[in-house]
Write a protein that binds this ligand. Structure first.
Ligand SMILES: Cc1cc2nc3c(=O)[nH]c(=O)nc-3n(C[C@H](O)[C@H](O)[C@H](O)COP(=O)(O)OP(=O)(O)OC[C@H]3O[C@@H](n4cnc5c(N)ncnc54)[C@H](O)[C@@H]3O)c2cc1C
Length: 359
């Protein structure tokens, strides 16, 4: 009796019909978009067809969905399905196969070992946005022997608490290195090696030109440079005083107060950027009052504050905790730190967490 090979392998994954349809769709896509003369030319010119790779990992074909579990919007393919897809893609061109499958490899550290909220965040984004991933393990002096890893992740501490890391090092021969949207990067923390997710465009993160290779030339293989790249464990957002050119150029800059990311000073802007969150994906934000002088002392308010008029703490809150201040005598002007008020739009927040900005 003939063996139905599509039924061999792990029980998790696509059913035989779906796998066949997927393989057929890949072949049809290749027949339409990757004719032999184009593949030969791209191979000769050592050029990765980035737009086609994005189409394959986007709405046109959706191969990336195979690598994403169903609960995050993917198809939840098993390793047998991925193997068959690899085989099919490699028959079309090894370089294109490497580029598409590098996303599976790059997202693997997340799928295998990330915390549940990180898995949800990145795998959902991968399914919805078709993010291309790269997997950054190899270094100039660490290939087979990853114990020789030199890239470091140095903890960033604030008030005795680790709030992020700074990554320094160099990665070598990274598939999709020059074209990925997100990178999983292996680095040594004081507690041992760990994976970090870095987005393209992160401060201090650059990609070299692609290597001119002997084979699989259509895939983009590039070195990565990490120079003090900040990776936040939580979003650190500070209010600060700074100068911004609000008036037309030629006129003096204006002193403004606004918010931005502590580790990405270019984001300090008036009006401040929004922090956006996806449904059901926790986003941790720590608000920091950065309205301080060079010695760390709080700045006074720019305008006089009369606490009998300007105090934003209306009665209410959990257990009636919040109340208007009462005065037996006329108080002097308020000289304490400038209070910060945070307000969440479009979400559920209990009243004690809300800033009552309308008060
Ligand atoms: C096209 C391409 C794409 C790549 N894409 C990625 C990527 O996306 N991400 C990534 O992290 N890396 C990537 N790599 C790097 C690849 O994983 C490494 O090349 C591989 O890990 C081997 O490391 P190395 O080249 O430093 O060789 P070495 O580790 O120096 O090995 C050299 C030779 O010695 C042999 N050898 C090594 N150690 C031993 C041992 N203990 N006993 C016996 N033999 C041994 C090896 O088998 C090999 O033949 C890519 C490489 C290429 C060429």
């Amino acid at each position: 009796m003939a063996t139905d090979v599509t039924r061999v392998g792990p029980t998790k994954g696509l059913d035989a019909e779906m796998l066949d349809m997927t393989l057929e769709a890949i072949q049809e896509f290749a027949d339409r978009h990757l004719p032999a003369d184009l593949v030969l030319r791209l191979d000769h010119e050592d050029e990765c067809p980035v737009e086609l790779v994005r189409k394959m990992c986007g709405d046109d074909l959706g191969i990336h969905l195979l690598f994403v579990p169903e609960e995050y919007g993917g198809m939840g393919a098993g390793s047998f399905d991925v193997c068959r897809v690899c085989e099919k893609m490699a028959a079309i061109d090894l370089g294109v196969a490497t580029s598409v499958l590098a996303t599976a490899l790059g997202s693997d550290p997340i799928a295998v070992g990330a915390a549940a909220d990180q898995q949800k965040l990145w795998l959902t984004r991968m399914a919805e946005e078709g993010l291309l991933f790269a997997y950054g393990a190899t270094e100039p002096e660490a290939g087979s022997d990853l114990g020789a890893l030199k890239t470091t992740a140095t903890p960033i501490e604030q008030v005795g608490r680790v709030v992020g890391y700074r990554l320094n090092g160099r990665k070598q021969w990274i598939s999709n290195g020059g074209i990925a949207d997100a990178y999983t990067v292996l680095a040594n923390t004081p507690g041992g090696p760990s994976w970090f997710v870095i987005e393209r465009g992160a401060e201090g993160f650059t990609q070299a030109n692609p290597e001119d290779k002997h084979g699989i030339r259509l895939s983009n293989t590039a070195a990565l440079y990490l120079d003090d790249v900040p990776v936040d464990l939580e979003a650190l957002v500070a209010v600060r005083q700074f100068q911004q050119q609000v008036l037309p150029s030629g006129l003096p800059p204006t002193t403004v107060w606004s918010y931005g990311s502590v580790n990405h000073p270019a984001t300090l802007n008036y009006p401040a950027f929004t922090v956006e969150a996806g449904a059901d994906a926790p986003v941790r934000v720590r608000w920091i009052n950065g309205l301080v002088d060079g010695s760390g002392h709080f700045l006074p308010h720019l305008l006089p504050v009369d606490p009998t008029l300007h105090w934003a703490n209306p009665p209410g809150g959990a257990k009636g905790r919040d109340s208007r201040p009462t005065f037996g005598a006329t108080p002097g002007p308020y000289t304490g730190p400038v209070p910060m008020v945070t307000h969440l739009h479009g979400g559920h927040s209990t009243e004690e967490s809300d800033g009552y900005p309308e008060a």
